[in-house]
Design a protein around this ligand. Sequence first.
Ligand SMILES: *Cc1c(COP(=O)(O)O)cnc(C)c1O
Length: 374
Amino acid sequence: MKPYTQLLHCKTTLEDHYAANNAPIYQTATFAQTAVENQPIYDYTRSGNPTRSFAAEQIAQLEEGQFGFLFASGMAAIATVLNTLPHNAHVIAGSDIYGGTHRLLSQRVQQGNLRVSFVDSTELQKVDAAFTDHTHLILIETPSNPLQKITDIKKLSALCHKRGALLAIDNTFLSPWLQKPLKWGADIVIHSATKHLSGHSDITAGAVVVNDVTLAEKIAFMQNAEGNALAPFESWLLSQHLKTLGLRIERAQSNALKIASYLQNHPKIKKVYCAGLKTHPGYALNQQQADGFGSLISFTTDDLNLSKKIVNQTQLFVISVSFGSLKSLISLPYFMSHASIPEAARDLPQDLVRLAIGIEDCDDLIHDLAAALD
Ligand SMILES: *Cc1c(COP(=O)(O)O)cnc(C)c1O
């Protein structure tokens, strides 16, 4: 099946006796057994729920992976992956990773549960040098956010496997519509499904997809033990929104490319960070491993007051963290989404403005930016 068809015709284990055209929602905590000795597929929603399984199957198929898991948030997904590691394991994490991931890793280090090295994953020799005998996991994002640095997934996974460690890619930025890390050798794909996968700013959710059955068993065990799986109603909303993933992403991406070109030619804009521009240093590599660059654009003005003014004066762009929603958002990452990274490690220009482009009419968005810039 071609991608747009696949979004609507997911292969599923869900059985529905009424053949509903829309997958039903099993809003239940418990399931009855037919007899004491008959162990049903589902008995308790913390352990498993058909609606959650359906949405997890949709995401696993999109990622071309075997086993999918859904969590209450992206951070719950990341925490669960970390919890499958042995005590005091060493993790190599990308240096410009999501602020919440940085915070979680740092907390685990403080608690003495984990050792972490933050490394610029675009430089393979630096990653290579960071390995220790206890390195179990490499966790990175590509493109990174908000500076859109591109890491070669295939080369990094070869390095990780040579060193006996697993590679986890947080694929939130591009979504499986544009990038499928398992195809390039990654072992674990993680998502904040709060972003593109749900796309409507109505739920928080997280996802993990893996191919290895032993790894899948560990994740299923932790998910059940910790009780952080996505609830049925949220799972159902996610499964609904996934059907339009392709339409939403293609539309937002086409808007984003026009806006990036507009900004690049504007005299008040100093530098535009967008992996969809041919001038971006990671453009060729991103093209090689992904089918697009997404819908995020960052830019600097060399003037913090002007940057703040732009954020405050745009009318259509909502001042908000997050991305991948229908509506366009605007933020100052240094002070908003990345504020949880300690200042010394927050390697971002303060005047960096991030745009998360939505599906509005592009002319209106450009008009709004033009008015704020003037
Ligand atoms: C938002 C985000 C997360 C955290 O996900 P939540 O759903 O907010 O818990 C993790 N990684 C990336 C790249 C994100 O953008």
